[in-house]
Design a protein around this ligand. Structure first.
Ligand code: PEP
Length: 251
């Protein structure tokens, strides 16, 4: 059974102490009730990775991820972090192409394609984030934008990539951190379109998990998580508090 992935992106929030405390509270809040069809992924800032990793040690169904990495083994890349360093800190997953990296930090499709390839080749499971801006949606360009982001983002990897190693997150840019969520009909339509593209591009496209992200909260997760082709959620703001994220995980 492919499990639903419930991912918490803590962005540039929380000190080491706050992050480990939230992870501890989350484990207590969920207790023995982590549904057997769910996996929890915590993606704290780099400084908290080791602490959260120690907190999660021995907890079945919980994983750690990095928010970013630079596609090189090591070297003179001031301010960057390598896949090997993420793995050393306890990570199994990493985000690539989050809208804040694309649109605030200026990462382009070609660079992201290299990161997807390099991360997979260096034993990270990759979550490739895609999503349209509001102007693109208003102009009816959603499918065009997603096709381009998927085609370019996946162009360097093997068609035969394992469905355990790659995840796609659909995050409409206008829904991230705005409190505005895509309506369920749109989520179903876009996820089904992404599924079709994944089947075109990859041998195991049918099984690759597609997460929805964009203002997911405890009170809307219950309806989103059961939609067709929704294999989990990527949550920012509502994942910062253990009480709220534990309700999302169990929705
Ligand atoms: C995100 O950061 O990926 C995200 C979806 O944020 P939020 O849940 O706050 O919209």
């Amino acid at each position: 059974m492919i499990k639903k992935l419930m991912a918490a992106n803590w962005k540039m929030f929380k000190t080491w102490e706050q992050a480990t405390q939230t992870a501890r509270e989350l484990i207590v809040a969920i207790g023995q009730d982590l549904p057997s069809d769910r996996e929890v992924l915590l993606i704290p800032p780099f400084t908290a990775l080791r602490g959260v990793s120690e907190t999660l040690a021995g907890q079945k169904g919980y994983f750690l991820g990095g928010q970013n990495f630079y596609p090189a083994k090591e070297g003179a890349f001031t301010g960057e972090i390598s896949p090997a360093q993420l793995i050393d800190a306890g990570c199994r997953f990493a985000l690539v192409g989050h809208s804040e990296r694309r649109h605030v930090l200026g990462e382009k499709d070609e660079f992201l394609a290299h990161k997807v390839f390099y991360g997979l080749d260096n034993k990270l499971k990759i979550i490739l984030c895609v999503g349209e801006k509001i102007q693109e949606r208003k102009k009816g360009l959603v499918e065009q934008v997603l096709t381009s982001q998927l085609e370019k983002g996946l162009e360097k990897i093997d068609r035969n990539v394992s469905a355990l190693d790659l995840v796609i997150a659909y995050e409409p840019v206008w829904a991230i951190g705005t409190g505005e969520t895509a309506v369920n009909e749109d989520i179903v339509q876009v996820h089904s379109f992404i599924r079709k593209k994944l089947k075109d591009f990859l041998d195991h496209g049918e099984q690759i998990r597609i997460l929805y992200g964009g203002s997911v909260k405890p009170d809307n997760c219950g309806s989103i998580i059961w939609l067709d082709n929704v294999d989990g959620v990527l949550v920012g703001g509502a994942s910062l508090k253990a009480d709220s994220f534990s309700r999302i995980v169990q929705a």
